[in-house]
Design a protein around this ligand. Structure first.
Ligand SMILES: Cc1cc2nc3c(=O)[nH]c(=O)nc-3n(C[C@H](O)[C@H](O)[C@H](O)COP(=O)(O)OP(=O)(O)OC[C@H]3O[C@@H](n4cnc5c(N)ncnc54)[C@H](O)[C@@H]3O)c2cc1C
Ligand code: SF4
Length: 487
């Protein structure tokens, strides 16, 4: 423990984000870094708890799923030993530069200090450690010393696929990652926008993994332009990391008769691709410029759509959310060390407040109808407020008469989550699925119903977080390695 009285002496502080006015004009990242002296002070706040909940990683009670050695690196950072801190960090985490940027920080939600004081700034300390190491050239390719000559195919290059490939490669297996998109990274590349996670950061890690011996094959969809049977035959084992990419659709009058309604990921992906290909000059994206934009869904994906629409120069932006607004503080039912389900004003909302003078979120509201103009393009969105009713133990939304509203809209984005993985590959391989249509593979074992085929990440657990995907990728790699060693 760096400084025994640190948590009593110092307040939680984070580096100042770039201001909304400034950052709305570009696609650059909005988080900034502390200087080392301020970072040490923040490291000093860690109490090095006897039972540090920050790194427990329970799906119910929270904490870091990777089991990051958080108290150890907080202490090392306090003593200015960043390289030592990095050694600890890289023992449990493949890609701290991703989680240090995009993780909601489950560790901070369960930090003991958070019971009475604001939590330790674990996520900021993490990103500082890894960014410093990259800047100082201390993150170098680790070429595996031995080769088992066993061949593994990893299908899908999101965080679970990349973590899995990294571990298997370091264990000496010959790893090929197949990706149907033109760039590697899954939702790290083509979901999360550039201002939250600069794509150069993703590409830097992919380049490193390639130098370490992993083969990446893009524009190749297993089950479509490369047969699933061939993959099974050509490789000693297969790990499926294809994500949960089936978006939830809107059910309302007019949904199928109106143009100008898009799924959030299609909107975000096209934007990032065009940004990377041509700095948006090819115009190969869905533009929100000059439009009244309605986003269905008040979550993080909706926030990313708000930030992107604002950068296009939209006329107005609103987020329609059927659930009530979260409370300011934890409720009795949401006790520490669980993840705090409290109100959060994220970067997209901050920017909308600055630009339009109000929070874009409309709670307890649902869409009843979408109306086209004479050319069939979306013109209006009809909504109604709801109240949640308990019907024999099942909560259902009930429309409130007299609260109907009509919104002008020329672009609607659906950010209502995902219903599960696509089923082409699942059907071709006759894989068993669970009740939520995810690939059935027991947590901790990751083996599917087909011998030698494993599954990890959102494809196995359903829509989740980058940190859980990395955890599953790591664990699936270990299970796959055991299988290969016995083969
Ligand atoms: C817009 C958006 C923003 C998000 N923001 C955050 C955030 O800020 N923080 C956070 O923690 N989580 C966030 N998430 C969730 C997080 O991105 C996912 O939980 C995580 O990426 C899942 O990783 P994965 O590896 O399982 O799958 P994915 O990242 O979905 O990757 C799956 C990959 O498999 C490829 N693929 C699928 N089928 C095939 C096939 N047959 N052949 C070849 N390739 C295939 C896909 O093209 C894709 O690249 C966000 C999600 C979205 C949609
Ligand atoms: S729970 Fe918080 S205070 Fe305790 S060791 Fe972890 S980061 Fe430090």
């Amino acid at each position: 423990m760096g400084k025994p009285t640190g948590f009593l002496e110092y307040d939680r502080k984070l580096p100042q984000d770039r201001s909304p006015e400034e950052r709305m004009k570009d696609w650059g990242e909005f988080h900034t870094h502390f200087d080392i002296e301020e970072l040490k002070t923040q490291g000093a706040r860690c109490m090095n708890c006897g039972v540090p909940f920050c790194h427990t990683g329970s799906p119910i009670e929270g904490g870091c799923p990777l089991g990051n050695l958080i108290p150890e690196w907080n202490d090392l950072v306090y003593h200015g030993k960043i390289e030592e801190a990095y050694k600890r960090l890289s023992m449990t985490s493949n890609f701290p530069e991703f989680t240090g940027r995009v993780c909601p920080a489950l560790c901070e939600g369960s930090c003991t200090l958070g019971m009475h004081e604001p939590a330790v700034t674990v996520k900021n300390i993490e990103v500082h450690i890894i960014d410093t190491m990259f800047a100082e050239g201390k993150v170098q390719p680790r070429i595996p010393r031995k080769s088992t000559e066993k061949r593994v195919a990893v299908v899908g290059s999101g965080p679970s696929g990349l973590a899995c490939a990294d571990i298997l490669n370091q264990l000496g297996h010959k790893v090929t990652v197949f990706e149907r998109s033109d760039r590697i990274g899954g939702l790290l590349m083509y979901g999360i926008p550039n201002m939250k996670l600069d794509k150069k950061i993703v590409q830097r890690r992919v380049d490193l993994l390639e130098k370490e011996g992993i083969t990446f094959v893009t524009n190749t969809e297993i089950g479509k332009n490369y047969s699933s049977a061939s993959v099974i035959k050509e490789f000693d084992a297969v790990v499926l990391c294809c994500g949960a990419t089936k978006p939830r659709d809107l059910v309302c009058e007019g949904r199928n008769d109106v143009k100008g309604i898009y799924f959030a990921v299609d909107f975000l992906k096209a934007n990032t691709k065009s940004l990377l290909d041509s700095n948006l000059e090819d115009r190969q994206y869905i533009s929100a410029e000059g439009k009244d934009v309605i986003i269905i869904g008040g979550g993080d994906t909706g926030t990313d759509c708000v930030g992107t629409a604002i950068r296009h120069g939209c006329k107005s932006v609103h987020q329609i959310e059927i659930m009530p607004e979260a409370p300011e503080c934890r409720t009795a039912a949401n006790h520490w060390p669980q993840w705090p389900r409290i109100r959060k004003t994220d970067y997209g909302q901050e920017e909308a407040i600055k630009l339009y003078g109000r929070d874009p979120r409309e709670y307890l509201t649902t869409v009843t109808k979408v109306v086209p103009d004479e050319k069939g393009n979306i013109k209006e969105v009809h909504t109604v407020q709801v109240e949640w009713e308990n019907n024999n133990g099942r909560m259902t939304p009930k429309p409130i008469e007299g609260t109907e509203k009509i919104w002008p809209c020329q672009l609607m984005l659906l950010a209502m989550g995902f219903t599960g993985p696509e089923d082409t590959l699942i059907k071709q391989l006759s894989l068993e699925t669970d009740a939520r249509s995810n690939v059935k593979a027991e947590y901790g074992k990751y083996a599917t119903s087909l011998k030698g085929v494993f599954a990890a990440g959102d494809m196995r657990r359903g829509q989740s977080l980058v940190v859980w995907a990395i955890h599953e990728g790591r664990e699936a790699a270990k299970a796959c390695n055991e299988y290969l060693n016995q083969k």
